[in-house]
Each structure stands twice: as C-alpha cells, then as structure tokens.
Design a protein around this ligand. Structure first.
Ligand code: ZN
Length: 561
C-alpha cells in the first residue's frame, strides 16, 4: 500500500486500555512459558498499533504543518501518548514479575528484561501531566522553527531553504545570509529562552518525582542506554577534546588557507573549497534515479529495499513552505516500513540524506520482521546504521557529483572528524545545564560560550545571536530529545571504523555492517558491536585509531581548492 493510501483512524485511549487489560490478564493466566511468550508478542503488536497511528499523524503533520487536521491529531497524541505509556508501563511491571522470566529470557534474550527494566524506571503515573506538557512545548518549538520566514535577497526562505547561501562561494553572501538567519533567531531569543527554561524545569521536576536529584539519569534511561553512563561518556568526550580538537584545528586551518581567509568564521565553517563545495548534478528526480541504481549495485538487499521505499512512496524529500525543517527517518511497524523525511536544498546535504536517512530506513526494513522488543537498537546503534551507510556508498559518489566526487569524499571525511567536537559540546552543555537547573538563561549561554572556546577554538563567532552563546538554541535535539547527541559521536567513531575497513576490504566491511543491521536491537549497543565484530568506541584506542586513519587518508588525498 502506498503511504498516501494508508487510512488514518485516531487511536482511542479506551480501546487500547481494553486491549492491554486483556493482555495483562492473559499474562497472569499464562501457566507455561509458551503462553507467556505469546502474550509478550501480543503486547508488542499492540505497541506497534499505537506507534503506527501516532507516527502516521506525526509524519503527515510534519509534511504539512499548516494542515489543521493532522496538527490537531498531533496535539491529541501529545496529550494521549503519556496516558498510553501508563498502560504499557503497567504491563512492564507485571512482566518483570513473571514466573517465566528465565524461559522468556531464553526465548527473547536477556535484553527483553534489561529494556523493560530501563523503561520501567522512566515512568510513574505522577508524571503524566508533565509528559503531556513536555510534548506540547516540544511541538511549540518545532512549529516555531518550521514557521520561520526569512527575507533575503528579495526572496522569503525557510531555515532549510536559507542554508545553501551559507556555503556560497561569495563570502559576502555567506555573511549576509548568516546575518539574516541570526537576526531571525535573535527576534525569537526570549521565546527560545522561555521554552527551554520551561522544558528544563519540567524535566527536572519529572526526574525528582522518579526519585532522582536531577534529570541526567532519567535522560539516560529515556534513551534506553545500557552498559554505560555519564562517567563513560565523559571519558569519551575528554578523548575528543584531547585527540580530535587539535586535529580539527589543523583541518580548519587548512580549510581557511584553501578558501583564502585569515580566520575561519561561522559563515566560512561549511564552505570547504574556493571553487565551491561539491554539489550534486541534476534535478531531485535525477538524484533519485541515481540513488536507485546505486542501491541496486551496493547489494541485492539494498536494491529490493529501495524499490519498496520509492514504489510505495515512503520517502518525501522536497522542501515546501509549511513542511517541518530537518530530516528524519521513522517507522510504521504495522506496515513494516520506514518513512524517510528530508528537505532537499540542491547541496551535498541531499546526498547525505540519500545515504544517512536511507541507511536508517534500510536497517529498519531488514529487521522489520523481528518482534517489537528486538527490532530496533538504542539510538547510538541506529546511528551506526546510517553513518556507516554514508561511507559504504562512497564508491558511487561520481554518479552524484561527477568530477566533484573527490571534493565530496574529502569534505565528508573531514566533516566527520570536525563534527565530533561539536557533538561533544552539545552533550557537555546538556550535562552542565541539567546538573544545575537553577542557572539563568544568561548563565546557560555563558556556559555554551565556554564550550565553544574549549571545543571549537578555531572558529570566530562574530554574529548577533550566535556570538552571544546562543548557537544551541538552533539545535533541535537540545529542546526535543535531551541527551540525544553524543549518540552521533559514538556512532561516528564506529562508522569511521567501518570506513577504514572499507578502504582495505569493501566486502568485509559490508559483511560486518550487514551482521550488525540484521541483529536489529537484539542486544545492548556494545553487545551488538561485539556480536558484529565492530570496535567499541568506549575503548580508549578506538577513537585515536580511526582518527589517525582518517587523518592519513586526508593528507594523502588533498583537494587543491
Ligand atoms: Zn540519524
């Protein structure tokens, strides 16, 4: 069935409640392990129904934020999902007490109980109203950014549509377009401060109701993290500060020399080559056609998958007014299909989407038949799916960029390294502000400014809004998905390992990738890595080894400008 043909029916709370009551009763009545396992599968199916309905509304709302119907449905789920969470939470508590725990762990893996325990820690009925309010505030933030209309050079642009100007070969265009962006954000600064203040206080309040001092532990639990905590993440960030920041500074100095500027400013940061960044050739339709061919050449599985994605229209990548900004991949479990959402802008971002989000989608599609609880890994694991795919499609970049492919590969690899300090900064910022919820908005911005100096000392930020330590307010994860960001850095480290292997032996890299993808979420992040024989980013030598390999490649493959 095509995505547009999927009938939408609002999910009614009392129907789900009745179904879950049945399922809970069946669990209690189960007098053997087989019966208990069937109940676990039924609960998973019920969760799939809930997620499918919620995601259908979410996707259709983000495709057109001005459509009043789906906006209202989104509001409905913002309000209803926390109450539905309670139903599943109550089931989880019962499951944790099952007399068939050992047999269920044998059947589904210990991960069933690990996941259930972590999930159970993130909820009690006292936080329902807080969760509803959190959803509402997140939607306000998303809509604020989606509704941006920025006048520039006689046109009116969304934030996504304005981005290509920030990479224009003319430095004046880069500067003025960033100024236009900055002044739009500056006009919303008070609103952004208020929204974040409200979210941070709300999350702290929820965490306290669950028995924590602050939101950090709850934030980790909500990301489902297993096997590592803030301490391990701090060690990882320190490794980035120590071994990647100096390397990034060198790469950025080379970039400044290449594009002919004395000192790299925020509006030079994304401009890689004097002759212009690598740009894909052709129309979005042509890019599509080429992507289709590439996925056929990559493997039989990716070919079949892409046919399914395009044929059933589970991909929407053209930018339109009213469409939400950014890109994502989500899934509709009942239809066993992922949905890819993006905003094409004619730059290499479009190719990143065709590889990154499609990487997520492919991994989901490969594991779609697994039971709900085993289907998807935690977020760092999911980002390994996408970030590795970005590298595994490297051999075909000539198809998108022609002669510009060398530039693309160089900028992609260099960008993967220079991204790490930014990701670590976003993560450290959140640890600082959630540990001290009493900080004022000004103090938060000061903390960000200090982090800019620590992690990106090579960058001049001489612009309104950004120069005031407010860059983080444009980073949607910080509002929408707290502590979701170091995931990208962990995953990037693993993906760079896949890249390094692919340079030596593409077949072996693909095999490891497929082994990882096929496991879905059958283990913890580090467990999945071990099972697929991929390097663990928490081991001290992993980051320095991949960084050295990448630096060596960049030195051996310079692009003149
Ligand atoms: Zn991703």
């Amino acid at each position: 069935m095509k995505f547009s043909d999927i009938p939408y029916t609002r999910l009614v709370y009392k129907d789900v409640a009745a179904q879950m009551a049945d399922i809970a009763a069946a669990l209690e009545a189960a007098d053997n392990a087989q019966a208990a396992a069937e109940v676990v599968l039924r609960a998973g199916l019920c969760l799939d129904e809930v997620q499918t309905a919620g995601m259908l509304a979410y996707v259709r709302n983000s495709l057109d934020t001005t459509d009043a119907f789906y906006a209202a449905e989104q509001d409905y789920y913002d309000e209803t999902m926390p109450r539905l969470t309670e139903l599943f939470h109550n089931f989880d508590l019962k499951l944790l007490e099952s007399p068939f725990r050992k047999e269920l762990a044998d059947r589904f893996g210990e991960i069933l109980f690990t996941k259930t325990e972590i999930e159970a820690r993130t909820f009690n009925s006292e936080i329902i109203a807080d969760l509803q309010e959190e959803n509402r505030l997140v939607t306000v933030y998303d809509n604020l950014l989606a509704g941006a209309e920025i006048s520039f050079k006689g046109g009116v642009y969304t934030l996504a549509q304005l981005s290509p100007f920030h990479r224009d070969p003319d430095r004046g265009v880069r500067r003025r377009s960033m100024e236009a962006r900055a002044s739009w954000f500056a006009s919303k600064a008070d609103e952004l401060d208020e929204l974040y203040d409200a979210l941070l206080k709300l999350r702290t309040q929820m965490a306290r109701k669950l028995g924590h001092d602050d939101y950090i532990a709850m934030g980790y639990d909500r990301r489902g993290r297993d096997g590592y905590g803030p301490k391990e993440v701090q060690v990882f960030r320190d490794a980035i500060a120590k071994s990647i920041v100096p390397l990034a500074a060198t790469l950025k100095a080379q970039q400044a020399a290449r594009i002919g500027v004395d000192r790299l400013t925020l509006y030079d940061d994304d401009f890689q080559f004097k002759s212009g960044n690598a740009a894909p050739e052709g129309t979005p339709d042509e890019i599509f056609t080429r992507a289709r061919e590439i996925y056929h050449r990559l493997s039989v599985e990716t070919g079949r998958f892409f046919e399914s994605l395009v044929g059933r229209e589970y991909i929407d990548v053209l930018t339109r007014k009213g469409k939400r900004t950014g890109g994502y991949c989500t899934d509709l479990p009942l239809y066993k299909m992922p949905f890819v959402f993006a905003n094409f802008n004619g730059t290499s971002d479009d190719i990143d989407t065709m590889t990154h989000e499609v990487g997520h989608a492919f991994a989901y599609w490969m594991a779609a038949d697994l039971p709900s609880v085993l289907r998807t890994p935690t977020y760092e694991g999911a980002e390994v799916h996408s970030m590795s795919m970005e590298f595994l499609t490297w051999p075909w970049m000539e198809d998108f960029f022609g002669g510009g492919a060398r530039k693309y590969r160089y900028a992609h690899l260099a960008g993967s390294l220079t991204f790490l300090p930014y990701g670590a900064m976003v993560d450290e910022f959140q640890h600082i502000v959630y540990a001290q919820p009493g900080l004022t908005p000004r103090q938060r911005c000061d903390a960000w400014k200090e982090l800019e100096a620590k992690y990106r000392p090579y960058l001049d930020i001489d612009l309104p809004f950004y120069g005031e330590g407010r860059r983080w307010q444009a980073q949607s994860h910080i509002y929408d998905l707290p502590f979701y960001y170091i995931d990208y850095c962990l995953a990037q480290t693993v993906a760079l390992g896949v890249w390094a292997l692919a340079q030596k032996n593409a077949g072996s890299a693909w095999e490891k990738y497929m082994a990882f993808v096929k496991l879905g979420g059958a283990d913890s992040f580090t467990g999945l890595l071990q099972a697929a024989n991929l390097d663990n980013p928490f081991q001290p030598q992993t980051l320095s080894t991949v960084a050295a390999a990448a630096a060596e490649w960049l030195a051996a493959n310079p692009v003149a400008g």
